[in-house]
Ligand binder design. Structure first.
Ligand code: ZN
Length: 232
């Protein structure tokens, strides 16, 4: 259990575990599993990553983005979402899918459909519940900032650094989608271009910051994979 920092996450974990065996068994058969994740610097919102249990890696990436990726963004990225996260529902169910029929990266849902969360429960306390979906494979192949993504990619030529870079890039994308849809939840009237601009700025600044730090640490160790970076 990773939720020791959030009383709400603990309460929800206990609630999920305390349900009758039969209900949990049916849920397992239906391919539903839940992985709770909380931001390291705040107790709410708690994110319930709902996924089909046979591929937990995608759900883990989403949870990892929240638990670790968030802390690796520069302060201005987190500040830009402070108010939105403050007003967000206390519990956010994220349905992780591979693809969406419509081809979107994610949507917020008008109603909570995920069974254990669709009805109020004492364990949720005063927390409201919101729900969204994220199309994982689409996010993975999405060029959020085509010029920047491609330019950075050529800098990490090969090997483990590139793998690390891609993992981090994916986490920042997942976070930016999660934050984008949370923004829609909190401000349903906000125009799409305003919501989008904020989430793309988040992604751009998080990634630029990561690259800058990677670059600085590598220039100390004179890593050959960075030889093309130069100092123009
Ligand atoms: Zn949108």
């Amino acid at each position: 259990m990773r939720s020791d920092y959030s009383p709400l996450a603990q309460a929800v974990e206990s609630f999920l575990a305390s349900r009758p065996r039969g209900a949990r068994w049916l849920e397992w058969l239906a391919g539903r599993q839940y992985r709770l994740a909380a931001f390291p610097d705040r107790s709410r919102p708690v994110v319930v990553v709902a996924h089909r249990g046979h591929n937990p890696a995608r759900a883990e990436q989403v949870a990892h983005a929240i638990e670790h990726g968030w802390a690796e963004t520069p302060p201005q990225c987190r500040d830009a979402y402070e108010e939105i996260l403050e007003q967000a529902p206390g519990l956010i169910v994220v349905q992780v899918r591979r693809k969406n029929v419509c081809g979107c990266l994610g949507h917020r849902h008008m109603m909570v459909k995920e069974a254990p969360f669709s009805e109020p429960h004492d364990a949720f306390g005063d927390a409201l519940v919101g729900e969204m979906d994220i199309a994982f494979d689409r996010v993975e192949s999405w060029l959020a900032q085509p010029l920047m993504d491609t330019a950075l990619d050529t800098q990490f030529i090969a090997g483990s650094r590139r793998k690390q870079f891609h993992n981090q890039q994916l986490r920042f994308r997942l976070l930016s989608i999660l934050l984008h849809e949370t923004h829609h939840m909190v401000a349903p009237q906000a125009p799409e271009d305003v919501v989008r601009e904020r989430s793309l700025t988040f992604y751009r600044e998080a990634l630029a910051n990561y690259v800058e730090i990677a670059r600085a640490s590598l220039s100390l160790t004179i890593d050959r994979s960075f030889s093309r970076l130069g100092k123009e």
